[in-house]
Design a protein around this ligand. Structure first.
Ligand code: AGP
Length: 623
């Protein structure tokens, strides 16, 4: 995600802005910039690359101004480059803005502005904001910003400065974070609290749909429609240790908790009324879509599990054969592909060597390749024919969580987009799917809000015997159908975060050798979201119980049968992890959340480094 900093007060702004950018760098970014106002001049310096590159550039100039804004950019529209970096200015160069978020209607706004003669210097959606303010500016910056934000659709947190208003910052937010830090004679702006705690513990928090005109000694907060709002400052005093993770103990938990926002962002502007889908950069020609005879999914690790989910969804919705392959296997087995094969390569980092090599192999055989990645400008975007971005924001923890959820969303959107071409989904089903997608963020939030039983379960599973050995060291994860890839993902998370040996099996495979391992010391986690094969799954659960293995389940909140099937653990409130009901295709997304939390809390209970597990790297850029 992008990072925003602003300052107005008696001190030189530049050092404070650069310090803020450095503190925001944990959010992940690919460029940075600053704008300082001094003697009615607006000085803007912005560079692709790290804050250090920007710092090197600003040493060429002198900046004495006491008001400024700064930004670290995580590219969403337009590749990382100097000109796409923020701040962005209007045509007159009098107004500068920094923006975090996505302006969904930027292309129509940009077209309209260009028709009115505005010249754009970048490919970004954000630059539209500066020109919109310019259009509405008649001497009152606050009102010009108000008129501009009323025309913007999407998510945004912005800070605006203008040559003509040297003592004023204007901020506005819609669904994106922004905090205002205040002291007696200075005002700070930032994307999150930790950036400012060194300077103040007094904060004002705008709600979505609110804006503020900020001058030292004069703070005016209002709704976008102009209604004044009174806010009382809040005192925040986090201990320094949590600074980097915006108050969270670990990046992994922060990123798990970001998932409702990630779903909203990844859907934003793509899922339209009635379930229609519009995907930027999905420029496959319609006649090509008609010739697709097979689809291949290529990925590694968690991304591979997203591919397995995609296999079910694509085959259900498109009735086109899909094959999912580990990229490390695909690249060496001389796969049978041709120009009628569509390859979808999935990679959070966009740098995984095996996946990149697999793409090269696929293209050499004439296949078209779509990449699904979280990192704009990553290597995979240069190897693939088209790229559809997950909008999870920087994923810092080695364990992939929010990106996995976003990958599933994008997979679904691609399937819907392809089905639109084929006309293979009835309107009623499309409407049901669209509603279920829209319901996801609130449903995920409800699971996150009810995480204590999962934490208690992790504690129970980490119990030690008198000589300090853990009672449980071998876990089974079982699922059928769409639950099977999530069983794999839950097992992978537990392995990589808490170093427990955990294996996932298609539940039907139990009797083909695997059940021999079950004892009363082998916890078994079963997933029960797929109604079509529920009875079969319940039979498997009975087989497990008959071997006295402790059973935990992921099941719907309204599943009243499971509690009578799965014997409870003594002294534990529940061994059923509940999720809200949704359509079967989206159940994997909801079922993932409890398993992420189980892995996270199990890792904590076992004293593991949950953000940087031993032997692992965030991106495996070598074979
Ligand atoms: C997931 O938690 C792991 N860190 C790992 O399996 C990861 O998914 C895999 O290395 C693929 O990475 P990518 O998505 O960046 O290609």
């Amino acid at each position: 995600m992008c990072g925003i900093v602003g300052y107005i007060g008696p001190k030189e702004a530049m050092p404070l802005l650069m310090e803020g950018l450095n503190k925001l760098s944990y959010r992940g970014y690919d460029s940075a910039g600053v704008a300082i106002l001094e003697n009615q001049e607006l000085q803007v310096v912005k560079k692709k690359g790290k804050v250090a590159v920007l710092a090197g550039e600003i040493t060429k100039y002198t900046f004495g101004g006491k008001i400024g804004i700064a930004h670290t950019r995580w590219a969403t529209h337009g590749e990382p480059s100097d000109r796409n970096s923020h701040p962005h200015a209007d045509c007159s160069g009098k107004i500068a803005v920094v923006h975090n978020g996505i302006i969904e209607n930027y292309s129509s706004l940009k077209k309209h502005l260009q028709e009115k003669g505005h010249k754009f210097a970048s490919e970004t959606d954000s630059e539209v904001i500066a020109h919109l303010i310019e259009v509405h500016y008649k001497g009152n910056l606050e009102e010009a910003v108000r008129q501009a934000v009323l025309r913007m659709i999407g998510a945004f947190a912005i800070v605006v400065i203008s040559k003509d208003h040297p003592n004023q910052l204007i901020v506005a937010r819609q669904d994106c974070p922004l905090v205002i830090g205040i002291n007696d004679n200075e005002i700070f702006i930032a994307s999150d609290i930790p950036v400012l705690l060194e300077h103040t513990q007094k904060f004002l928090f705008l709600d979505s749909g609110e804006m503020a005109a900020l001058s030292v000694g004069d703070v005016r907060i209002s709704t976008f429609n102009g209604n004044r709002v009174q806010k009382l400052p809040q005192i925040i005093n986090w201990e320094q240790g949590k600074i980097e993770k915006a108050g969270y103990e670990h990046f992994m938990l922060k990123e798990i908790e970001e998932q409702p926002r990630v779903v909203r962002d990844t859907l934003r502007g793509r899922l339209l009324a009635g379930g229609l889908v519009e995907l930027e950069d999905f420029a496959l020609p319609e006649d090509y879509l008609s010739q697709i005879k097979r689809i291949y999914m290529l990925a590694c690790g968690t991304a591979y599990h997203a591919g397995l989910i995609g296999e079910h969804i694509f085959e259900d919705l498109l009735r086109i054969p899909v094959e999912v392959d580990l990229a490390s296997e695909f690249r060496y087995r001389d796969p049978i592909l041709d120009e009628n094969t569509l390859v979808i390569a999935i990679s959070q980092s966009g740098e995984t060597a095996d996946t990149l090599a697999g793409i090269k192999e696929a293209k050499a055989k004439g296949a078209k390749v779509i990449a699904i990645t979280n990192v704009i400008g990553s290597s995979i975007t240069r190897e693939a024919d088209h790229t559809i971005y997950t909008r999870a924001g920087a994923e810092i923890a080695v364990a992939s969580t929010k990106a996995f959820i976003a990958q599933q969303i994008v997979m679904f959107l691609i399937a819907l987009r392809l089905s639109q071409h084929a006309g293979s989904i009835a309107g009623g089903v499309l409407h049901e799917i669209a509603q279920a997608l829209h319901d996801l963020p609130v449903q995920i939030q409800s699971i996150l809000d009810n995480h204590q039983p999962i934490r208690d379960l992790a504690k129970h599973l980490a119990q030690q015997n008198p000589c300090g050995h853990y009672k449980y060291n071998d876990f089974f994860f079982l699922g059928r159908g769409l639950d099977e890839p999530i069983a794999r993902e839950g097992a992978l998370k537990l392995r990589e975060i808490s170093y427990i040996h955990a294996a996932a099996y298609a539940a039907g495979e139990l009797k083909h050798g695997n059940i021999a391992l079950l004892t009363s010391q082998t916890p078994v986690i079963v997933l029960l979201t797929q109604e079509r094969i529920r009875e079969k799954m319940i039979s498997n659960i009975m087989e497990v119980i008959a071997r006295e293995a402790p059973v935990m389940a992921v099941a719907y909140e309204d599943d009243n049968e499971i509690a009578s099937i799965v014997p409870p653990f003594s002294g534990l409130s529940s061994n059923v992890m509940r999720i809200p009901r949704t359509i079967s295709w989206l159940a994997p997304i909801l079922a993932t959340i409890p398993l992420q939390l189980l892995a996270y809390y199990s890792g904590l209970e076992r004293g593991c480094d949950v953000d940087q597990p031993r032997n692992l790297a965030k991106s495996v850029t070598v074979e």
